[in-house]
Ligand binder design. Structure first.
Ligand SMILES: [Zn+2]
Ligand SMILES: [Zn+2]
Length: 346
C-alpha cells in the first residue's frame, strides 16, 4: 500500500484531514497527483447522509484533475508528467451492451464509482478525490487538453459531461433552440455548451436577477419562470429544455415550453416526478434524463471544451476550507462551482 493525505468523513457534514491508503499500482493503473477537485452536489448529499446507514469510509470527490506520477507496466496511454482528469466512474464490467456501446456510466452491473464504490478486484471501498493522490485504471482517466485550466476544468468531469451527453444525444447544434432551467453548477455549463454548439440559448430563472450572468455566459435570452406572460409567450418554442433545478418541482410549466417532438431533459432532480400525460400528448413531447458520461463522450467533451474555451466558473479554495465550500454550496452561495486546491495536503 501507498499512503497519501485526504479528507475523510467522521460524521454528517464533518470531514477530518487524515492519512489514506492507496493500492499499489496494478499493471494498468496510473497514480495521479490530485491538484484540484470540484465540489459536487453528490458530495454534499453523501456527507449529509453519512453515518445514517452503513459506515463505509467516505472520502468524497469525483471531479479531479492532476498530473500522472507513476504508471503500471502495461500502461501505454499515459506517461509520467501528463496532465490528466478523472470523473465519477473509474471502472465497469466492460462486456455488457452498455459498456460495449461506450456508455460505461450505464453499465448493467453498475459502474464502479470514484468514491463509495466497491473495487471490482479487491472489494475495497473506493476513496475519492478530496485527497492528494488517486490510483486509477488508465482506461478511466482522460488526457487533460493543454488549453484547459486544471482548476476550472475539474467540474467538467461530472457537471460538464452530465450536460454534454443529453445535448449531444438530442442533436443540439446550429439552429437548435435550447432553454436551460436553473443556473447553478450544471446550468451554467449547459448554457456555455449549448451556445458553443451553436444553439439559440435561453435561461429560465426564477427571477431576473441572474440576467447579467446569463448574458455573460453567452445566453441570448432570459425568461423569469414567475412571469406568467413571458412563460405563456414562450410556449412550444424550445427543441430541448435542460432542467437542472435540484429541488422537486412541477414539470408542467417546463413541458409547455417544449416544441413539438422536443424533449424535456431532467438532470437536476432525480427523485419521483408526476407528469400529466396530456402535457406530453399535446405536441408529442418527450421526457428524458441523463447523468454522467461514458468514456468516449467524456473524452470528446474535454476536447470540445478545450477547442471552444469552455470551463466552469469556479471559486478555488484551499482544501482546508472544505467545510466552508460545503456549507456555502448547501446555501447555493456559489457562482458556480467550488474547486478545492489540494496542494495544502503536501
Ligand atoms: Zn458529481
Ligand atoms: Zn458493463
Amino acid at each position: 500500500m501507498r499512503t497519501t493525505a485526504g479528507w475523510q468523513a467522521t460524521g454528517p457534514m464533518a470531514l477530518r484531514r487524515t492519512s489514506l491508503e492507496r493500492r499499489d499500482l496494478r499493471p494498468d493503473d496510473i497514480a495521479v497527483q490530485v491538484d484540484y477537485c470540484g465540489v459536487c452536489h453528490t458530495d454534499l448529499h453523501a456527507l449529509q447522509n453519512y453515518g445514517q446507514h452503513a459506515k463505509a469510509p467516505l472520502v468524497p470527490g469525483h471531479e479531479l484533475t492532476g498530473v500522472v506520477t507513476e504508471t503500471g507496466p502495461e500502461v501505454t496511454a499515459f506517461s509520467v508528467g501528463d496532465r490528466v482528469a478523472v470523473g465519477n466512474i473509474i471502472d465497469s464490467c466492460g462486456v455488457c451492451a452498455m459498456c460495449r456501446a461506450g456508455q460505461e456510466n450505464f453499465c448493467h452491473s453498475f459502474p464502479t464509482l470514484t468514491y463509495g464504490g466497491i473495487d471490482r478486484k479487491d472489494g475495497s471501498t473506493t476513496l475519492g478525490g478530496y485527497s492528494r493522490e488517486y490510483v486509477v485504471r488508465d482506461a478511466f482517466a482522460y488526457p487533460l487538453p493543454s488549453g484547459l485550466d486544471p482548476a476550472a476544468a475539474a467540474p467538467l468531469l461530472c457537471a460538464g459531461v452530465t450536460v454534454w451527453e443529453p445535448l449531444r444525444s438530442l442533436g443540439v447544434g446550429p439552429g437548435s433552440r435550447v432553454a436551460v432551467a436553473g443556473l447553478g453548477g450544471l446550468g451554467h455549463l449547459a448554457v456555455k455548451t449549448a451556445v458553443a454548439l451553436g444553439a439559440a440559448t435561453t435561461v429560465i430563472s426564477r427571477t431576473r436577477d441572474k440576467h447579467e450572468d446569463a448574458r455573460r455566459l453567452g445566453a441570448h435570452d432570459l425568461i423569469a419562470s414567475t412571469d406568467t406572460q413571458q412563460m405563456a409567450a414562450a410556449r412550444d418554442t424550445f427543441d430541448v429544455v435542460i432542467d437542472t433545478i435540484s429541488a422537486p418541482h412541477d414539470l408542467a410549466p417546463y413541458l409547455r415550453l417544449v416544441a413539438m417532438d422536443g424533449t424535456l431533459s431532467l438532470l437536476g432532480h432525480l427523485g419521483p416526478v408526476t407528469v400529466e400525460a396530456m402535457d406530453l400528448l399535446v405536441g408529442r413531447k418527450k421526457l428524458g434524463s441523463a447523468g454522467s458520461g461514458g468514456r468516449p463522450a467524456t473524452a470528446e467533451m474535454l476536447r470540445f471544451c478545450a477547442d471552444n474555451g469552455i470551463a466552469a466558473d469556479v471559486e478555488v479554495l484551499p482544501s482546508s476550507q472544505v467545510h466552508t465550500a460545503l456549507d456555502r454550496l448547501r446555501r447555493n452561495d456559489v457562482r458556480y462551482r467550488f474547486v478545492l486546491d489540494m496542494s495544502d495536503l503536501g
